[in-house]
Design a protein around this ligand. Structure first.
Ligand SMILES: Nc1ncnc2c1ncn2[C@@H]1O[C@H](COP(=O)(O)OP(=O)(O)OP(=O)(O)O)[C@@H](O)[C@H]1O
Ligand SMILES: [Mg+2]
Length: 471
């Protein structure tokens, strides 16, 4: 459960916040002054602080600076009224996660809280490379194949440089995980890591989100806003799905890469920024360049340092290790013990082509754990989770066995064998008739009978074409 601290001197606001966030499942603490808030930060492990700018005693800005000194990775959302927007902007430039204007819209607020918590998690939980399947403390990149060893080497080499890095690979191969590993192993690991997903944000918002804007830049720009790039100053910005970035914004990113400067929308002066860019895409950029969808100059700038992630089917021997890892991790996430897995299930996993790569494998294990409720994961659970039909023979055999067992233990032994055989024959023939919608010639062919033989059997078992017998 995430812990959130609210610092505001307005009792009513604190109480309504407390109620709202507790209902959302957060653990909430509150303080009515900066000093009290700082004390709570010193003594507790928190995931987020929501801080008012106007406070008695030490003001919000000073409070932010002290919190930031205690824990630079603790995300802080600033609440501000119009009069204090400038100081909120200053705080954002110094690393506050974001600021919101009072009075605020609750759904918007909850959305920012979720984003801030995720950003905090990304910054705090180091990504371990080449860990064993029993790694549970950290997020980890699992895999011992030669191709993954090459990836670890590349991460090790590029991390401590300030070079722009492009991460490529199919969907679900772990590009985001690699971006975070680069951040954690870089010289900027104590500075912000800001993620921008270029497809998740509508084109008209992406530009202002990245570069910010000046007051009056467009209708509705009632105050200045600092963009994510400026917020990431001295740190790292991860441009996820860069292959989907609109061309107008690509031009501005090129300028950022080349000149290390940006302009806010509606701004006159270039602002110099020191951010490291890590970008990722699953698109075929060469193709996009040919089609004029991706700028060639930006492509050449980005591709200098490229890390290619192999698809999962190329990683020899990694599926079993990843399976063990996801089994223990996913089980512990839902609070159960690792139930283990049968050899047959492991073999099915190892032979599957995994078009959705590691993400698909993880989802499959998660689903299989739900299906089997604590017993060792079987081949059937896996097939069901992958969405493949379980082979017919296996299930019907089970049902037939159960039916035979019931017949044998029913206590009626007279003519048991013939009665069972007749009943089974009746079911088989009526299913053939159902399948062929009563067409006796086709049903006879399916059953390997002549038409007259089928006719006599229908008489014998007294079957109607759509009679629905079941075991
Ligand atoms: N080698 C790995 N070891 C452990 N977990 C992994 C590994 N690779 C990927 N994952 C997990 O698989 C999921 C998908 O990974 P990620 O989001 O990094 O993929 P992606 O390449 O960014 O995919 P997309 O192109 O669809 O955005 C995540 O839950 C991630 O933690
Ligand atoms: Mg991704």
């Amino acid at each position: 459960m995430s812990s959130i601290l609210i610092i505001d001197d307005d009792n009513q606001l604190r109480q309504s916040f407390q109620k709202l966030l507790a209902e959302e499942g957060y653990n909430v603490m509150s303080a009515s002054s900066g000093e009290a808030g700082i004390n709570i930060v010193k003594k507790n492990t928190l995931d987020l602080v929501v801080l008012d700018m106007r406070l008695p005693g030490i003001n919000g800005f000073e409070t932010f600076k002290q919190i930031n000194n205690i824990d630079s990775k603790l995300p802080v959302i600033i609440m501000t009224a119009y009069g204090t927007t400038e100081t909120a902007i200053e705080a954002t430039k110094m690393g506050a996660f974001d600021y919101i204007l009072k009075p605020f819209d609750i759904p918007d607020m909850l959305k920012i809280i979720l984003q801030a918590l995720e950003a905090g998690r990304f910054m705090r939980s180091p990504v371990q490379m080449n860990a064993g399947p029993d790694e549970t403390r950290h997020e980890a990149i699992i895999g011992r194949s030669r191709l993954m060893q090459d990836v670890y080497k590349a991460i090790g080499k590029v991390s401590p440089t300030n070079a722009t890095v492009l991460i490529r690979g199919e969907s679900g191969t772990g590009k985001e995980l690699v971006a975070r590993a680069i951040y954690h192993h870089s010289l900027r690991s104590e500075k912000p890591f800001i993620v921008i997903n270029c497809v998740a944000i509508p084109e008209n918002l992406l530009e202002s989100e990245l570069f910010g804007y000046e007051k009056g830049a467009f209708t509705g720009a009632s105050h200045r806003r600092v963009g994510k790039i400026e917020q990431a100053n001295a740190g790292t910005i991860f441009l996820d799905e860069i292959g989907d970035m609109p061309p107008s914004i690509q031009a501005k990113i090129l300028r950022l890469v080349q000149e290390k400067s940006i302009e806010r929308l509606g701004g006159m002066d270039p602002i110099s920024v020191d951010v490291r860019i890590v970008a990722a895409t699953n698109r075929n950029l060469e193709e996009a360049v040919k089609k004029g969808l991706f700028r060639e100059d930006l492509y050449y700038r980005l591709k200098v340092v490229t890390i290619w992630l192999p698809s999962l089917c190329e990683r020899q021997g990694d599926v079993p290790i990843l399976t063990d890892y996801f089994l223990s991790r996913c089980a512990s996430e839902v609070g159960m013990d690792n139930p283990g897995i049968t050899d047959e299930a492991k073999e099915i996993l190892d032979n599957h082509p995994w078009p959705g790569n590691v993400r698909e494998l993880k989802n499959t294990i998660q689903k299989a754990l739900i299906f089997n409720r604590g017993a060792p994961v079987t081949g059937e659970d896996i097939l069901q989770a992958i969405g493949k039909k379980v082979p017919v023979a296996e299930t019907s055999d089970d049902a037939i066995r159960q039916w035979a067992m019931e017949a044998l233990t029913s206590g009626q032994t007279e003519n048991l064998f013939d009665t069972c055989m007749d009943r089974f024959a009746g079911i088989l023939i009526s299913q053939a008739l159902n399948l062929t919608r009563g067409n006796r010639s086709r049903a006879a062919r399916l059953l390997g009978f002549s038409r007259p033989t089928l006719h006599s059997k229908i008489e014998k078992y007294n079957l109607k074409p759509d009679s629905n017998n079941s075991l």
